[in-house]
Design a protein around this ligand. Structure first.
Ligand SMILES: Nc1ncnc2c1ncn2[C@@H]1O[C@H](COP(=O)(O)OP(=O)(O)OP(=O)(O)O)[C@@H](O)[C@H]1O
Length: 310
């Protein structure tokens, strides 16, 4: 298990990371979700022993790694936000180059490169020069470099930034497979809530240098457990109908967009019968009634009053 304990980084007067605590156990995918500037990259840089903390500690199997970074680097692969590859070399040549840097033995390295190329799905394009790769392929190769020395833990710092949606899906699938098939534990930082929701079992939400919520997806979603958001679709509606809805004491956050209306209502209340009566009174036809699951975006908005992406 890797733990960070009261990790703090102050740049002049900026508290980039402020008393952050979290852990990751072997084999799990943990998400670190937060907007730009939340402190994710700085946390990752300290966790991977690249930047010394102002205070706090990083523990591997309960031993501090700050004085003995080699113990952590052996089990940890870091995929940085910036792509670090040689554009004029092929994928295979890049992997061989970085493997030599790690001082891996020749035979072992050759086998390892073949395995890694398979794992990142580039085995059929390994002889192509990297400058002809798509952004997503470069990202996958970047992940491959971090995996050469067979780390148990991988840290990925926003690996889908700046790539097209199709390549992004391919990366998400690669990350998922690394976890399910190769049993890698992964710390995945992102400001895309849908990625973190899709990939991660446990999530830490970060804002302004602090962890503002943490837990499993269900635990985090339970933060909004006291109310449900309902989405209704109508044939068409009238202003009278909308005014009547606005005056209903049990409803709040009413939003109308053409023939779609959303509102929140306390959990446990079935509002459908009342809505049907109102529709009948106003000669409005109800097309659908849906209870929406809260998203991490809703939670972030609830906790901070701001949208995750602005
Ligand atoms: N070397 C530095 N010197 C001064 N301030 C810094 C330095 N590095 C980061 N910061 C500040 O610390 C805060 C956290 O930055 P950080 O890059 O860790 O956030 P982030 O969540 O990773 O954002 P992004 O998604 O944009 O990378 C920001 O206010 C940033 O300006």
């Amino acid at each position: 298990m890797i733990e960070v304990v009261n990790l703090t980084k102050t740049f002049k007067k900026v508290n980039a990371v402020d008393q952050v605590n979290f852990y990751i156990e072997p084999g799990e995918i943990v998400g670190l979700l937060g907007p730009n500037g939340a402190g994710k990259s700085t946390t990752i840089a300290m966790l991977s022993t690249l930047v010394p903390p102002t205070s706090g500690d990083v523990l591997l199997q309960q031993q501090s790694v700050l004085k003995n970074p080699a113990s952590l680097r052996k089990v940890l692969g870091v995929v940085p936000q910036e792509i670090a590859l040689y554009e004029e070399l092929t994928a295979r040549e890049n992997l061989l180059f970085f493997g030599n840097l790690y001082k891996m033995q020749k035979d072992q390295l050759k086998n390892r490169v073949d395995t890694v190329l398979q794992q990142i799905g580039l085995q059929h394009e390994s002889k192509k020069i990297v400058k002809h790769y798509s952004g997503g392929m470069k990202r996958r190769l970047n992940i491959g470099v971090a995996m050469l020395h067979e780390p148990d833990y991988l840290i990925m710092d926003e690996p889908t930034v700046g790539i097209d949606p199709q390549s992004r899906n391919h990366i998400l699938e690669t990350v998922k497979k690394l976890n399910t098939e190769s049993n890698k534990a992964i710390i995945y930082t992102s400001h895309y809530m849908e990625e973190v929701e899709y990939l991660c079992n446990r999530i830490y939400i970060m804002d302004k240098g602090r962890i503002i919520a943490s837990g499993t997806k269900d635990e985090i979603k339970a933060i909004l457990s006291s109310e449900n958001t309902i989405l209704v679709k109508l044939e068409k509606h009238s202003n009278d109908f909308l005014s009547e809805l606005m005056s209903q004491p049990l409803l709040s956050n009413i939003n109308a967009k053409e023939a779609e209306i959303s509102f929140t209502v306390a959990k446990g209340i079935n509002y459908l019968p009342t809505l049907l009566t109102l529709c009948e009174m106003h000669h409005v036809t109800l097309k659908s009634y849906e209870v929406k699951e809260p998203t991490l975006e809703d939670i972030f908005l609830h906790l901070t009053g701001r949208a995750l992406r602005n």
